[in-house]
Ligand binder design. Structure first.
Ligand code: DAH
Length: 346
């Protein structure tokens, strides 16, 4: 009887393990306490026959040692780790520290979104240098020498003269169109994002640098209808279905005909607000059919090929998405501003 109980309890003791001080204390009370199992077995032991005592005595002592050893080994581990956390000044009951996720810059988010939309239409992405010569920034784009159109954009000149004319910071990403067409054969279907520079006093509404995305599509039989449908699709994707578009005739030296595109105000949905100056419409880009002179300047047969182009300011698009009214916020890199965009898009 006693032997059976000892065997059973031994198995229980051997299997016991815990990392919880409370459970260990329960174990101690159950087996080693003054009213515990071991005390009880020792009491029963007093009543067994002398022959049995000889055999059982040893077993019983071993049983007691095993229980005590189990208790003290676990107790040691637990008190070491308790001491350790105390030494480190740790309070394990405190909540963990949050993991800070980095934020993307709102302009990077918007550029990504624009690229993603045009990727679906088969547009690739190309880049060009920010330091440009006169040919790529102006002349090849059909800005005649001494023509007032050059004054449309206040240029930062770096060097007068040079193989391809004055060296300047590019005033628009249209220069990348030229590099792309000079460097390859039609068809071209690409988006060209980048930073551009203009000599303007910095204020909430103007900056000496900003960002544009240029688009170019050149192939046989490209028409103004293709331009309209492409940009219409873009706007529906970017600002949601039902956003209206309208084209107003305009002038750019490198497109003929040229237009500016307005969309129904994304803030007031056309009702009239400060953003759209109570007109219900906001301008978001310039566009047009690539002027045959530009195609020829880049070595492309304008009898065979036609194309459309467009250019937009990324800050403007971001402003309409996030209502960021002061342009300076984009380049000050104030983390309180930047971290607001962490969860907006991926
Ligand atoms: N380059 C023009 C600007 O900076 C924008 C632009 C207008 C680009 C019409 C184009 C275009 O490609 O077709 O104001």
């Amino acid at each position: 009887m006693l032997q059976e109980q000892i065997t059973q309890y031994s198995a229980e003791i051997n299997a016991f393990d815990t990392s919880n001080a409370e459970e260990l204390e329960q174990f101690r009370i159950r087996f080693l306490g003054t009213k515990g199992i071991i005390k009880d077995i020792f009491d029963q032991f007093k009543a067994v026959s002398p022959e049995e005592k000889r055999v059982l005595g040893k077993v019983l002592n071993e049983f007691k040692q095993v229980a005590e050893a189990k208790y003290s080994s676990i107790n040691e581990v637990l008190s070491i780790s308790a001491q350790h956390t105390e030494d480190l000044g740790l309070d394990l009951t405190l909540p963990g520290e949050g993991f800070e996720v980095g934020a993307r810059h709102p302009l990077a988010l918007v550029r990504r979104e624009i690229i993603d939309i045009f990727n679906k239409l088969g547009f690739s992405v190309a880049e060009g240098p920010e330091i440009e010569d006169d040919w790529h920034n102006f002349s090849a784009l059909n800005f005649p020498e001494e023509h007032p159109a050059r004054d449309m954009q206040d240029t930062f000149f770096l060097k007068k003269g040079g193989e391809n004319g004055d060296i300047a910071l590019r005033t628009h990403t249209s220069s990348v169109q030229v590099r792309m067409m000079e460097g390859g054969k039609p068809p071209f279907r690409a988006l060209m994002p980048g930073r551009v520079y203009r000599n303007e006093a910095i204020s909430a509404r103007a900056h000496c640098f900003f960002h544009q995305v240029e688009g170019l599509y050149v192939d046989e039989n490209v028409s103004f209808a293709d331009l309209k449908q492409t940009l219409f699709y873009f706007v529906q994707e970017l600002y949601g279905e039902g956003t209206k578009v309208r084209f107003r005739p305009s002038y750019f030296p490198f497109t003929e005909p040229s237009a500016e595109m307005d969309i129904s105000c994304t803030i007031c949905k056309g009702e009239g607000c400060q953003m759209c100056k109570y007109s219900g419409w906001v301008e978001i880009l310039g566009c047009g059919m690539v002027d045959p002179n530009v195609l020829e300047n880049c070595g492309i047969d304008s009898k065979k090929y036609s194309g459309f182009a467009f250019g937009m300011g990324i800050e403007r698009i971001a402003n309409l998405k996030f209502e960021i009214k002061d342009l300076r916020l984009f380049s000050e890199n104030d983390v309180r501003f930047l971290k607001q965009y962490k969860t907006v898009l991926i």
